[in-house]
Design a protein around this ligand. Structure first.
Ligand SMILES: Nc1ncnc2c1ncn2[C@@H]1O[C@H](COP(=O)(O)OP(=O)(O)OP(=O)(O)O)[C@@H](O)[C@H]1O
Length: 277
């Protein structure tokens, strides 16, 4: 059966300015250009600008967990923010299936109020995700049960450990019932039992028709456990794409992780081999 594309990215570019003041000026110029002559093309690089992403082509298909790896600063978060509509594109296109609902977790505390309890934050964050009050109320039992926070749900969010924040953030995001779920390193801090539960939950999630996950992490074991496909980003470009996730990770470690030193590279490759056995 042919795979159904949920999100298609083609020829995507994103540039930033390395100088904050100049960046603000360019932003104002871009806004003015969009108002007075929206058909005019985005200019190339101006003074102080650099490409954070260049000519990115990728597709997320229904039924898959797509992992994206890359060293710090390679452009992973920028790409996810563009797909989520948080940033404007400087070139290229992003096409989604009509009506597609996307939920992303970028930072565990984003939008959460530290003085309010976890339970109160369910309402705050849920409404930020666009849920109505009855929808949130209907999902509270799921969030209580999935997060396993028990009576800690009634303590101030600001006092939560990072693992507790991960439990609440993941459970609220899942309660939005998205079609595409983007997770940017947010599960790095949960304990291993919760991480394993999330991995199983993601697999169940993509088994439903029309669902897909984009997963950003550099955690090799997690990728090997859940990913169906792998993209390697380097210096703002996709340099490798693999359906054989183990082989893709080997490429990544051999080509992008030289700074780790030979011993560390060897250890990482051994982890991959042990999964392949
Ligand atoms: N708002 C911004 N203004 C200027 N530069 C930015 C901005 N956001 C990101 N960048 C730059 O774009 C590049 C890619 O950053 P990005 O956060 O996407 O990388 P990443 O792969 O997610 O890194 P990490 O693994 O460290 O999270 C970096 O050089 C970063 O400094």
């Amino acid at each position: 059966m042919e795979k159904q594309p949920l999100i298609q990215v083609s020829g995507l570019h994103k540039k930033f300015s390395s100088d904050l003041r100049r960046g603000l000026l360019h932003g104002a110029q871009d806004m003015w250009r969009d108002i007075v002559s929206p058909s005019r093309k985005n200019p190339g690089l101006r003074k102080g600008e650099f490409y954070s992403l260049r000519d990115i082509n990728m597709t997320l298909y229904s039924g898959e967990i797509l992992a994206i790896v890359g060293v710090n600063g390679s452009g992973k978060t920028t790409l996810m923010r563009l797909i989520s509509g948080i940033y404007n594109l400087d070139g290229g296109t992003i096409t989604s299936l009509p009506g597609l609902k996307l939920t992303a977790i970028f930072a565990l505390s984003a939008g959460m109020q530290p003085l309010f309890t976890g339970r109160e934050n369910i309402y705050i964050k849920g409404s930020m995700y666009g849920m109505t009050l009855p929808e949130i109320e209907a999902k509270v039992p799921f969030i209580e049960s999935f997060s396993e926070l028990g009576d800690r749900l009634d303590r101030p969010f600001g006092n939560y450990s990072s693992g507790m924040k991960a439990r609440l953030a993941y459970s609220i995001a899942m309660a939005t019932n998205p079609d595409v779920f983007i997770i940017d390193e947010s599960l790095a801090v949960g304990d291993s039992a919760f991480k394993a539960k999330c991995m199983d939950n993601l697999r169940e999630f993509v088994n439903e028709p029309g669902k897909g996950v984009i997963f950003i992490t550099n955690h090799i074991r997690k990728i090997l456990k859940v990913a169906d496909r792998l993209l390697v980003l380097d210096k703002g470009s996709v340099i490798h794409e693999a359906e054989d996730v183990g082989a893709g990770l080997e490429f990544y470690i051999n080509n992008c992780n030289k700074h780790l030193g030979a011993e560390m590279q060897k250890n990482k490759l051994a982890v991959i081999k042990s999964y392949e056995l």
